[in-house]
Design a protein around this ligand. Structure first.
Ligand code: NAD
Ligand code: GLY
Length: 368
């Protein structure tokens, strides 16, 4: 991997920070923290899970010690079902043991689950201490680690408990992807395709031109860094325009409205989030074509790209009445109306909250 790190600014007025992307950047974490003003001697709680820390925990701790920080490592269990209050308690217990103070730091080393839990634990410990995100899945690199959404699940639904808490730094080392299971890598590719459709036609076309985007071992380093950079930049720009999601940040939910229905109705664990989003993008693409908003040919291009990424495109056989009822429970429902992000062309989307049940019915019938 190339040693030159790329820097993307997340220029939020009150909490600006940088996303640093580069091979070997894990080894640089100590220096990067010094660069952004964290003093020597600082107490740092690194939160991770076994699958990730067995590869990268040592390297992070050594780099922190080399820069004269005072780190501790806490290992949680992996999995979406760990996104709960018990994990927050474990982190807070460790924060207490380590005597973390207001100026202290937590580092999330892992995928979106570790990122969301650690971010929320940091947001709530002593009414908010610093957090740095070191994402190790493709999905977390291009989405979860950026933008300050943190939280845990409630027994009644996903991500219902949370806070906005921006990190002080996001450090992305693409070489960590080489230990990631291939299915997880492909799931992350769904979010990258999403950025292509919502805001970056050049990214979409760059992916279209590749022979292979599903097998990491066949993707050149330069291309991998470029697609992560473009996606992270898209996310950063959207977050800067609308930090608390009162407008355009909702574009990031493209494919997610139907995706969440699939996750809800098929049960978490059957499909990975990115896989559900992939099927969700195909479905909402069909809805947009049906409404005359999107060209059939662009919908086909999207479907082909999703297939090329090794992701599912076929709508699972779900009973339509159950789908309609699940849509009503979506977190993004406002005044009883479900909001859909619909494509107008590749690289441009718009929010709609006037989609009738009849339209959804017709769309799902077609997809069956
Ligand atoms: P994940 O965090 O569960 O990670 C997937 C699996 O890969 C885990 O078993 C993990 O241990 C393993 N893993 C991670 N990195 C690895 C590596 N480099 N090598 C080997 N194994 C590795 O899944 P995810 O897809 O990263 O995150 C999903 C979560 O992110 C969901 O809870 C979702 O709600 C959340 N999310 C949050 C945001 C946000 O804005 N905060 C955005 C999107 C998703
Ligand atoms: N992943 C959606 C968001 O950050 O808003």
């Amino acid at each position: 991997m190339n040693k030159e790190n790329l820097h993307i600014k997340v220029s939020l007025t009150s909490n600006p920070y940088e996303i640093v992307i580069g091979g070997n950047s894990l080894e640089d974490i100590g220096d990067e923290l010094l660069n952004i003003g964290f003093r020597e001697g600082l107490k740092v709680l690194v939160v991770s899970n076994k699958e990730v820390s067995e590869h990268y925990g040592d390297c992070i701790i050594q780099s922190l010690i080399k820069s004269k920080y005072n780190p501790k490592l806490l290992i949680l269990k992996a999995g979406e079902d760990q996104k709960n209050q018990s994990s927050i308690d474990l982190i807070h217990d460790a924060a207490y043991e380590a005597r973390l103070e207001r100026g202290s730091l937590m580092i999330a080393l892992g995928g979106g689950v570790i990122g969301d839990i650690t971010g929320f634990a940091a947001a709530t410990w002593l009414r908010g201490i610093h957090v740095v995100q070191i994402p190790t899945t493709l999905l977390a690199m291009v989405d979860a680690s950026i933008g300050g959404k943190t939280g845990i699940n409630h027994s009644k639904g996903k991500n219902l408990i949370g806070a906005f808490h921006q990190p002080k730094l996001v450090l992305i080392d693409p070489k960590t992807l080489f230990t990631l299971p291939s299915r997880e890598f492909k799931a992350g590719m769904a979010e990258i395709i999403k950025y292509g459709v919502i805001s970056d036609i050049e990214l979409f076309e760059l992916l279209e031109r590749q022979n292979n985007i599903s097998d990491l071992s066949k993707i050149k380093e330069k291309l991998l860094i470029e697609i992560i950079r473009r996606s992270a930049k898209s996310k950063a720009e959207i977050v800067v325009k609308d930090e608390k999601e009162s407008g355009v940040r909702a574009f990031l939910n493209y494919g997610h409205t139907f995706g969440h229905v699939i996750e809800n109705l098929c049960g978490y664990g059957k499909w990975l989030h990115g896989e559900a989003v992939a099927m969700g993008m195909v479905a909402v693409g069909q809805l947009a074509v049906q409404r005359g908003l999107w060209k059939e040919i662009d919908s086909k291009r999207q479907q082909q790209l999703i297939e090329k990424a090794g992701l599912p495109t076929k709508w699972p056989g779900l009973e339509i009445e159950r789908v309609l009822s699940s849509l009503k429970g979506d977190k993004k429902v406002k005044n009883g109306k479900v909001t859909f992000v619909m494509p107008l062309k590749i690289g441009d989307v718009k929010l709609f909250n006037n989609i009738s049940n009849k339209e959804i019915h017709e769309c799902l019938e077609k997809l069956r």
